[in-house]
Design a protein around this ligand. Structure first.
Ligand code: NCD
Length: 316
């Protein structure tokens, strides 16, 4: 693996290698000294053209825990606002000696374009390209699901080499705008999970009937299928040019994980963040013992350490 651009096409063995390495990285993150020397002298550039809190901070923490030097570049306040192209920006950063470039951009395919270009020799990690993919999010979700699924077997983490066969995962809400949903579908299917969608028809992707998922047009009906995990998605207002549902209150009533629905499910609850509390998820659901939302954040650092380590050292 030279780059991590997508979970679509990510090999089963590579996915498991990332999850297993992430378990080791999680063990490092729980020590008093949270550092490994493996990327000493290497430079990781975070190139963020879109707003982000947890993903950027998480990549930064991951690179630093591996002793890499980190350069954070955000498009706001840079020459990008003067019209500098992605190519010129990347070539400038490359001239400063980047070993890995972590890129978030609003254009689908931007990470793949960078990886295919001769602008830089760096390893490219896609941290979200438009509505296309967000592979490290799906991997941290998979680690969270695997740990939850095997928690009866192991207190410290999930066993090496295990996948999600037999697990039923329900993804709810704004799927059409969600790179998180897309990356999750491909990875969950590769790992053997069954994927369900529940969303209003206006928020389902065109052509969803050909996806390897089971679609429900009612959240209540989807919950009756007894999912092992429910992944709530943020309503991505900033990507909506038109009107996709009548009002926020109506959305919550039909598609929100309300207190009343929470009482009807034993499932683990995931959310990639940022949450709109009171819209797609109630405060009680977000703060319940079933919610793994802060575990997801912690696992994000471990997964990104694993990805940077594997891409830059090639060692399992
Ligand atoms: C997501 C994203 O930006 O794709 N957030 C994240 O990375 N944790 C989802 C979202 O913005 O709703």
């Amino acid at each position: 693996m030279k780059h991590l651009l997508a979970t679509e096409g990510l090999a089963y063995d590579d996915a498991l290698a990332i999850l297993d390495t992430a378990e080791e990285m999680a063990a490092v993150s729980s020590r008093e000294v949270k550092k490994l020397p493996t990327l000493r002298g290497r430079t990781v550039v975070n190139l963020f053209y879109e707003d982000s809190t947890r993903t950027r901070v998480s990549f930064e923490a991951a690179a630093k825990r591996l002793s890499a030097d980190v350069v954070n570049f955000s498009a706001k306040g840079s020459s990008v606002s003067k019209g500098e192209s992605l190519k010129d920006t990347v070539q400038t950063l490359d001239a400063m000696g980047a070993d890995a470039i972590v890129i978030r951009h609003s254009a689908s395919g931007s990470a793949a374009q960078l990886a295919a270009s001769d602008w830089s020799e760096a390893a490219v990690v896609n941290a979200g390209d438009g509505a296309h993919e967000h592979p490290t999010q799906a991997l941290l979700d998979a680690l969270t699901l695997r740990r939850g699924w095997y928690s009866g077997h192991s207190a410290t983490g999930s066993p090496r080499g295990t996948d999600l066969a037999g697990m039923k995962v329900l993804i709810v809400g704004d799927i059409v705008h969600s790179r998180v949903a897309r990356s999750n579908v491909w990875l969950l299917r590769t790992l053997g999970a069954e994927v369900h969608f529940a969303a209003p028809a206006t928020l389902l992707p065109y052509g969803v009937v050909s996806w390897p998922v089971i679609v429900h047009y009612s959240l209540d009906e989807a919950l009756e299928a007894a999912p092992d995990a429910v992944m709530m998605l943020r309503v991505q207002a900033e990507r909506m040019g038109g009107v996709f549902f009548p009002t926020a209150a109506e959305y919550t009533r039909r598609w929100g994980l309300t207190d009343e629905r929470l009482a009807r499910t034993q499932a683990m609850i995931l959310h990639p963040g940022p949450m709109n509390r009171g819209v797609e998820i109630s405060a009680a659901a977000a703060d319940s013992p079933q919610a793994k939302i802060l575990d997801q954040v912690a696992h994000g650092v471990a997964v990104r350490m694993a990805v940077l380590h594997l891409l830059l050292t090639g060692e399992h």
